[in-house]
Design a protein around this ligand. Structure first.
Ligand code: ADP
Length: 645
């Protein structure tokens, strides 16, 4: 096959440019990324060789070799890992397959400030980081097995690359970085040593380099021979300690080591929020290091996002993203699990069904939840910053992880009518500060706090001094379906069902007033009901309004406006559920309408007003009105009338 020149996928070039221009503050990491890839590649070939030994080609002296060449100005990284076919090279290096990439690139660009290393890091920019220090990168690689051909890839990072077949004896990958003039320091022994020690010490394969020293020759007695000239001696030295970090006692691992390992497993550029290192004994024996990141990944809610932890069995790498180890609602968790119970040749299918894996998951979840609970108790402010990033996902657990519901309900936080914007209350705290007479936990769901604060549904609650939780994440609608009570207090939506906030006495008095109003306005109510019969289920007097004229409420188990919006956004068909229009009998508009009614039962103003009341109710809850043209026309007419023209 002859040499062909190809274009990078547009997004790859954009990513490359971003990497070059935004990660410059820490160029050293290019080496970490390449060593990390090499180590992953060795993990993979070791794993695949369980089922096909021919891949090994007798070459299993695992190592990652660094070769600085001062004359040529190149730094070469060689591994005897899995290698790549040409198709794989092009797929892995020339394209980014994940959807959402375009949107993400745009978002980054729109920020104008390209200095967003943590965002870019989420992409696993790994290989592209080479272009921060090199103006040309050559990659030669071959997979193991008799039929595999070598592939030579080369690029100067300027939009194109070339690929061609090449002969290559050794299985694995060799990457040659032609260093830019100003980065030739990366050829210095001390520089390489210090980077490897700092970033890649835990890599479980030797990272080696040939070191040449001049020394005086030694005699048989081991002593230097007097007067002899110095000779050069070259030996291969291992630069890293290779200790799998999770097998070491916690007390011996420094925070820096944990953080570097986190960067290795997560591709994140920021330190994690919390590190949990523990081992389990008994029914299931495993060691784990799990990390709670500090920032949510940009694709946390994208369907093709891959979750999972690295899985090892007795220190042998099995898979990179074992989904079964972690439930969906903790999909942001990163880390590694090393099991002593699983068989080494464990397959995908086994992983899905395996009871050991289920036990490990249970252990991990329990540890993560107890860590979060501890953070919440001990440093609430820190917990809040974490909650702002991940609360939305954790809440999914209330719906899906019934076994941990009790623990999860202690972890959830909400804003409320009592908290400042951006501040939160837990359910426990809410219940503790419930005033005398309040028997239920109240909440309102919607798109934003600002919109909800305007809601007429809150009026009576404010008047009573009852706190109402704001639930503004789409997932909240599902949360409240699963979380129907807390500490024996039912959770109740303020815009659903009939609501009574009053004591017996107050209730009696109000009922009396309501009955009177019902009598006084009964004909008017029937007229409004009749006019709106296609839109609402019922028209009745309200217990929740003090200032507004009207509002719409869902039935106790009906669909409210927010749920309707969410279902529509998800392209789900929304059943036609009519709601109840509640009117405030003390509002002057009712008196005014009653006045018109007395004079002329068939006045067109009455039906117009009925329509306007309904539209008002829609607008205040943030819904769209069906006929905005008619609405504005009616309002304009009223304005003209009011001005006496
Ligand atoms: P990431 O490591 O985050 O996936 P990279 O851009 O560094 O991103 O690498 C892309 C892919 O290229 C890797 O997932 C891997 O499949 C492949 N790759 C990179 N380096 C090597 C290597 N040394 N040996 C084999 N495959 C490699």
């Amino acid at each position: 096959m002859s040499k062909t020149t190809k274009q990078f996928q547009t997004e790859v070039q954009q990513l490359l440019d971003l990497v070059i221009h935004s990660l410059y503050s820490n160029r050293d990491i290019f080496l970490r990324e390449l060593i990390s890839n090499a180590s992953d590649a060795i993990d993979k070939v070791r794993f695949e060789a369980h089922s096909d030994e021919s891949l090994l080609e007798g070459n299993s002296d695992w190592k990652i070799k660094l070769v600085p060449n001062k004359d040529a100005g190149t730094l070469t990284i060689i591994d005897n890992g899995i290698g790549m076919s040409q198709a794989e090279v092009e797929e892995n290096i020339g394209t980014i397959a994940r959807s959402g990439t375009k949107a993400f690139m745009q978002a980054l660009k729109d920020k104008a400030d390209t200095n967003n290393p943590e965002l870019i890091g989420q992409f696993g920019v790994g290989f592209y980081a080479s272009f921060m220090v090199a103006d040309k990168v050559t990659l030669a690689t071959r997979k193991g097995g008799p039929a595999e051909k070598g592939c030579l890839w080369e690029s100067t990072g300027d939009g194109t690359y070339t690929v061609e077949e090449c002969s290559r004896e050794q299985r694995g990958t060799e990457i040659v970085l032609h260093l830019k003039e100003e980065f030739k320091t990366y050829l210095d022994e001390w520089k390489i040593r210090s980077i490897v020690k700092k970033y890649s010490d835990y890599i479980q394969y030797p990272v080696v380099m040939e070191i040449t020293r001049s020394e005086k020759p030694k005699g048989v007695d081991g002593k230097e021979i007097e007067g002899a000239g110095e000779i050069e001696k070259t030996e291969e030295q291992t630069l890293n300690s290779m200790k799998a970090i999770w097998t070491r006692p916690k007390s011996e691992v420094t925070e820096e080591e944990y953080n570097e390992f986190y960067k290795h497993v997560s591709h994140d550029f920021e330190a994690p929020f919390r590190t949990i290192h523990f081992s389990a004994e008994g029914a299931s024996e495993f060691k784990a290091i799990v990390y709670l990141p500090a920032k949510k990944p940009f694709d946390m809610f994208m369907v093709d996002r891959k979750k999972g932890l690295q899985l090892y069995v007795k220190r042998v790498f099995i898979t990179d993203k074992c989904e079964e180890l972690i439930p969906d609602y903790l999909r942001f968790v990163k880390g590694v699990v090393d099991s002593s119970d699983l068989p080494l040749n464990v397959s995908r299918e086994i992983l899905q069904e395996d009871v050991q894996i289920k036990r490990i998951q249970k252990g991990l979840v329990s540890k993560i939840l107890s860590t979060l609970s501890e953070v919440k108790e001990k440093s609430f402010d820190e917990y809040v910053t974490f909650w702002k990033e991940f609360g939305q996902v954790i809440k999914e657990g209330i719906h899906f992880d019934y076994a941990n519901k009790e623990k999860l309900q202690e972890l959830v936080l909400f804003e409320s009518t009592t908290t400042e914007a951006g501040a939160f209350v837990s359910l426990k705290e809410y219940v503790a500060r419930m005033p005398e007479g309040q028997k239920e936990i109240y909440f309102i769901t919607g798109t934003s706090r600002e919109a909800l604060e305007q809601s007429p549904h809150l009026e009576a609650f404010r008047a009573k001094g009852f706190e109402v939780l704001f639930m503004t994440d789409p997932v909240d609608e599902w949360v409240v379906q699963a979380l129907t009570e807390y500490e024996e207090k039912p959770l109740k939506a303020v815009d659903r069902g009939d609501i009574s906030l009053d004591s017996e006495e107050e209730k009696k008095e109000k009922d009396k007033k309501r009955e009177e109003a019902q009598k006084e306005f009964s004909d008017l109510i029937s007229l409004i009901s009749d006019r709106l019969k296609d839109k609402v289920k019922e028209v009745r007097f309200s217990n929740r309004l003090t200032d507004s004229a009207c509002c719409l409420v869902a039935e106790a188990y009906g669909m409210n406006a927010n749920m309707e919006r969410i279902m529509k956004a998800m392209n789900q068909s929304v059943p036609d559920s009519k709601r109840v229009l509640e009117l405030n009998p003390d509002h002057p508009i009712l008196k005014a309408m009653a006045g018109i009614y007395l004079q002329d039962k068939s006045a067109s103003a009455l039906t117009d007003y009925a329509d306007l009341l309904y539209d008002q109710a829609l607008l205040t809850e943030g819904s769209l009105i069906k006929d905005p043209l008619r609405f504005t026309r009616l309002v304009s007419e009223l304005m003209v009338k009011a001005a006496g023209k």
